[in-house]
Every structure is written in C-alpha cells, then in structure tokens.
Design a protein around this ligand. Sequence first.
Ligand code: UDX
Length: 455
Amino acid sequence: MKVAIIGTGYVGLTTGVTLAFLGHEVTCLDVDAAKIAQLNQGISPIYEPHLDELMKAARSRLKFSTSASDALSQAEVIFIAVGTPSLADGNPNLTYLKSAAEAVGEHIQNPYVVIVNKSTVPIGSGNWVESLVRDAFRSKNSGSKSQFVVASNPEFLREGSALQDMLYADRVVVGSDDEKAISTMRKLYQPLIEQTFTPPSFLPRPENFKMVNFLSSDLQSAELIKYAANAFLALKVSFINEISELSEKVGADISHVAKGIGLDTRIGNKFLQAGLGWGGSCFAKDTAALISTGKEYGLPMVITQAAKDVNTRQRIRMVEILANELKILKGRKIGILGLAFKPFTDDLRDAPAFDVAQKLIDRGAKVIGFDPIAMNRAKKEWAQSEIQFAETAEAVFEEADAVLLITEWPEFLDINFSKSKEKMKNPLILDGRNHLDPVAIKKAGLKMITLGRSS
Ligand code: UDX
C-alpha cells in the first residue's frame, strides 16, 4: 500500500522504516530539510539500534521528502507522527499537529484515505484533527470526491528496542468509528499480525512467536489505551521507588523486594527496577495529558498524579543523599555516568541526568558528565548549561568528590573501579540505577550508596 508518514522523529521514522520493510511504499515527510538530506544519504538523525540496517534493507520502498504534495497526494494511509511537546501547564503543544493536519487536507487526492494519528494528543482530539483536515480539504478541493477518515493507532514502542517492539508487538490497536478504516489498517499490518515477513538477520523472530493481537475499538478507547498503558507503567516504576525509600529506612534490599513481588504472575517482574525513576518524552507527557484531560471533567486522577510526584522526588532524593554525604556541595566536583534518559538511546528528553546536574550546579558544584551514545546530542542541547563533558567514562572520576551512575549503560560495568578510585578526591559512588555490583565496588575501595538499599 502507499503510505505517508509526517514527522521523522523517534516514532515516525521507526514506523515508516518498518512499514517499508514489511513491503509498503513509504514516503516520510519532514519540514527539516537537513534531516531529510541526511535520511536520503541513509543516515538516521536518531540513535535506535538496527535502524540504519533496516533502512538499508527497505531502501527501495522508502522515500524522504520535504514536499507535502509528493508525500501525500497518492497516499492511501497517512500517519501523523509529529511532536506534541508538553507546554508549561502540562498540556501538549498542538501547533505541529495542526499544520500537519492542514497539509493533509490540502494535498490528499485518493478516493479513500485513512489518516492515522500517532502523535500523543488529548483524548477525543481525533475529531479535532478530522475537522482540521476537512476545513483544509474543503478550502482546496471544491469538486474532488476524496473521502477520508481519522483513526487512532497508538504506538507502544520503547526507545532502544523500538524495532523489536514493532516487528514482534504484543498488540496492534486501531480505533475508528469507520469499519473500512479498521479493515484498511488490518490490511496494512497483515504481514505483522500474521508474522508472514522474513525476519531481518539482526532482529530474529523470538522463539515460538506466532501472531500479534489486533484489537479494534472506537477512537476514544484506542487513545485512552495508550495513556492508560503508559500511566500504569509509570505508576509501577513509581510504586517500587516508593517502596525503595522505605526499604532503605528499614534496612531491606529493594532488589530482593522487587524480585519477590515480581514472581507473582499477577504483578509480573517488569518495570520494577528501582532507581532514579522514569524520564523520556512519553511517560511525562502522557501522564500530564491524562491529568489535564481528567481536570476537564473534574476528575483529580490522584493515582497518576502520585506516580508523577514520586518520580519527581527521586531526583531530589539523589541530591539530598549526596548533600548528606558530602555536607558541602559548593565547590565540589561531581562526575556523572550516563546522560541519556535510559540506555540504548541518545534521547535526552526529561533525562534525570540533566535535572540532577542542574540541581547540583545550582548548589555551587561542578558537574562533568559522560555518555557512550548521547554525548554529541548533549553537547548541543545542553550547551547553555554549565555541565562539562568528559571524553571517557574513566575521566569523570578525575579529582571527583563523588561519581553518580545515572543511566545504566552496560559498558559502565567494565570500568576499572580500583584504578578509577585512585583518581578521585573522595572514593564515593552513588548508583542511581541499582546497576553496579556492590561487592565489586566495595572490593575496589569505594563507598557505594544505592537508592533502595541502606548504605
Ligand atoms: C515508554 C513505553 O514503554 C512505550 O510503550 C511507549 O510507547 C513510550 O514510552 P520509553 O519511554 O521509550 O517507552 O522507555 P521505557 O523503557 O518504557 O522506560 C521509561 C522510563 O522508565 C525510562 O526512563 C526508564 O529508565 C524507566 N524505568 C523503566 C525504570 O526506572 N524502571 C523500570 O523498571 C523500567
């Protein structure tokens, strides 16, 4: 089928490349000419494991363009995957979505087009998107017969494993009040649902993986599934972090507590990794949008709000623990291992590292950070801050009064801690992700404090 994707960010690009790999003719549209030029050279502007390889494998069915008419006029399915960053009041900024919807209305020509909204939007705004497309359509096409329907197809991709999550999804959810839109989307995802595609060598099909559940529903339910799923995952992380603070006080070990409750199949062992909590663009944005939607109906959404409050507190706790250890933060030198909001991505959105570093700098400390993948992006996006950057993980230990592990990159386990300790002014490491082996760190002569274990 002919597919257009508007927006070549973490969601748009991953979706477009995967659909092209599955056999569809895909044109990815973006207003950023530099990004499109990079993509046309086969270079991905974002770090996502295997994305470059999959782009190469699907190259013959992939086009990248800045021209809306090229991308949209022949499309049968159009995905809108533009950013909807949170405004200061927690509501999403919908300007990009508005201009994308208008571009669709102005350029569609096919007799029947399904417009899929992948951007995170307040629930029920699918109808708003439809009215924007209709108005733009009417202003451009008096006689044309094009019929279009807006559908919701929420994405459940985790950054760092987005391609895996898409090719071997737990479920595909499509929401629309139009049966034909549902069947069009089912046809689009057919190779995924039935797993009839030949897996890429670098992303093999998991053992015994057979089919992907296809769930269709009305528009609002599909939108709410996305928010509810993310809010629940955020809640699960905040729950274990609330328990981790108590476990420090009572002398328990949160990794044992998490394992013990996770063995209950009704709870499950995922998203119970205690530590600095969640970052990234989705959890913060989706919980904020859920709360603001609730507010519109006079619902306080107390559980979702509590998940956010506990999460915010985790970063403050890390600074408090450090201040408690060092007494004075002013003039201290603090090393930070890991800047990306989580491993296997270069995404810095709502990264705990930035928040913690800023709090330390505000209290007069010097901060020097390292990240194996996100460094270049951090040097650009954090240029206005006073955060300094080290070229190697070991360099953050030089003259440091403490080192904080903030993102659990596997390579940090290979650091020679006894050698690095020799460079430190004070042999203290705070493990914000319960990532390091306490025995090995102790053997190396460092004092280690973790969130969730009494030190
Ligand atoms: C999330 C959802 O998982 C995904 O379905 C949705 O489409 C987008 O948002 P993502 O934000 O990429 O994906 O990362 P995820 O792996 O879900 O982790 C979210 C945050 O929670 C990260 O900051 C991670 O460090 C943190 N986390 C995750 C924990 O602190 N503990 C855990 O046990 C798991």
